[in-house]
Design a protein around this ligand. Structure first.
Ligand SMILES: *[C@@H]1O[C@H](CO)[C@@H](O)[C@H](O)[C@H]1NC(C)=O
Ligand SMILES: *[C@@H]1O[C@H](CO)[C@@H](O)[C@H](O)[C@H]1NC(C)=O
Ligand SMILES: *[C@@H]1O[C@H](CO)[C@@H](O)[C@H](O)[C@H]1NC(C)=O
Length: 407
């Protein structure tokens, strides 16, 4: 009985153990399945991670390559820019050297041909002056009937190389005399007077010229000679205009030009504050006004007492201008680049308001350095110019107002 009880107990225990075992087995089976699942998932994740990191690496690779490429490109572009600048610099150097050589050649040629050429020119000029004087006497007296319009620049003649880089030279446009007046530099109290163009270009001209010592020094390059008188900006004053008799060397009148003297008239000719000039209508003054944003102001002067007859605010800027001249009451402002180049008239101001700047600027024939001055001579229809120490003449092409054909 005891045995059987023991056996029963054993059996129970066995059964119990089996049950437990069975339960344990199914539990561990589940565990194993989950673990396999987990392992599988982990495997997938690590594969994905692997691929991601590979992807990341190749993106980084691409980025690096792109960076290297753009760096390389930038370096090459920089090199190209430097090369381009170098070439441009060399080109500019060559061009300016060619310009210089051209100028020298023309000067030497002119020098060689001077005597006969100027003889002819002088007699022609003389004839022209006399003829024009006859023709234009009434016109000059009538004054306001002036109808000459500048239509182009015909030619350039290099007359001489004398004096400093800046200066001015001119003839008296209203007096029948062929005298040439010469102002070297931007400040002095003397000027040279030559009896004729021939004397001006002749040998030892400067030694044989008449030295005119003025009572007060002049400043800038904007002097005007008119009917035997010299009109100029008195050096040391802001805006004083003097009228001096060239024969007696005495001051015949003086005046202050209102508003002038605060800015150079033309930014590329920084020593000239007052620019006096002569055209068919008489004596004019040009200055730049800071209150007008640096634009030019044109004043008609009465040549007797130097009073201002009328003043016009023009839209022409003084910036990058080198000089200006008037033809029949129309201001022509000449512009250039600050580094020198080809000058052109790019702003017109007509007091009669009938002329306007054309579509294309009016270019001067050659690209030299810079014009310190251009003095218009109504009868000769020429500009007496000073170009870096060279005295040159531009022959002008003109027409009558309202006509197409040149006169
Ligand atoms: C003034 O002009 C004369 C004649 O051209 C010249 O000899 C002299 O050196 C000039 N003086 C000055 C200060 O430029
Ligand atoms: C020019 O001057 C030099 C010396 O200054 C002189 O020997 C020569 O004869 C002069 N020439 C003329 C044409 O006057
Ligand atoms: C021209 O000017 C000179 C002085 O430079 C003078 O002797 C002469 O009378 C003037 N001629 C005329 C027509 O005004």
């Amino acid at each position: 009985m005891l045995v059987s009880a023991v056996t029963v107990m054993r059996t129970w225990r066995l059964l119990w153990t089996l049950l437990l075992l069975k339960q344990g087995v199914s539990y561990s089976q589940r565990m194993t399945q989950e673990m396999v699942m987990m392992q599988y998932l982990e495997g997938r994740i690590s594969q994905l991670e692997d691929r991601l990191s590979k992807c990341d690496l190749s993106v980084q690779n691409y980025e690096q390559k792109l960076y290297d490429f753009s760096k390389d490109l930038r370096g090459k572009l920089g090199g190209l820019q430097a090369f381009q600048n170098e070439v441009r610099g060399q080109m500019e150097g060559v061009l300016s050297r060619v310009g210089r050589v051209e100028r020298e050649l023309e000067y030497l040629e002119a020098e060689k041909l001077n005597q006969p050429c100027v003889d002819i020119e002088d007699t022609l000029l003389e004839q022209q002056v006399q003829e024009e004087q006859r023709k234009q006497k009434d016109q000059l007296d009538l004054g306001r009937d002036c109808d000459t319009v500048l239509s182009g620049v015909k030619s350039l003649k290099i007359v001489k190389r004398e004096g400093e880089a800046q200066g001015s030279w001119m003839k008296d446009p209203t007096n029948g005399s062929a005298k040439v007046y010469f102002f070297s530099g931007v400040k002095n109290s003397t000027l040279l007077e030559f009896s004729s163009m021939k004397a001006f270009v002749g040998a030892n001209a400067t030694q044989t010229a008449r030295r005119v010592q003025l009572p007060f020094p002049w400043q800038g390059t904007g002097h005007a000679v008119y009917r035997g008188f010299l009109y100029y900006h008195r050096a040391g004053s802001a805006n004083e205009v003097l009228k001096v008799s060239l024969r007696h060397r005495t001051v015949s009148d003086r005046a202050l030009l209102p508003g002038a003297g605060r800015l150079p008239a033309y930014s590329l000719s920084p020593h000239t504050y007052l620019d006096l000039s002569v055209d068919e209508l008489g004596l004019w003054a040009v200055h730049a006004d800071p209150d007008l944003g640096g634009n030019l102001v044109l004043t008609k002067l009465d040549e007797g007492a130097l009073g201002a007859e009328h003043t016009w605010d023009t839209p022409c800027p003084s910036r990058d201008a080198e000089t200006a001249f008037l033809v029949c009451g129309t201001l022509h402002v000449v512009y250039n680049s600050p580094h020198g180049g080809r000058s052109s008239v790019q702003c017109l101001y007509d007091i009669h308001d009938s002329l306007h700047a054309g579509d294309t600027p009016l270019f001067f024939p050659k690209s030299y350095a810079a014009h310190a001055s251009m003095r218009y001579h109504p009868k000769d229809r020429q500009l007496y110019s000073w170009d870096e120490g060279y005295q040159t003449i531009y022959k002008l092409e003109t027409k009558k107002k309202g006509q197409m054909a040149p006169v």
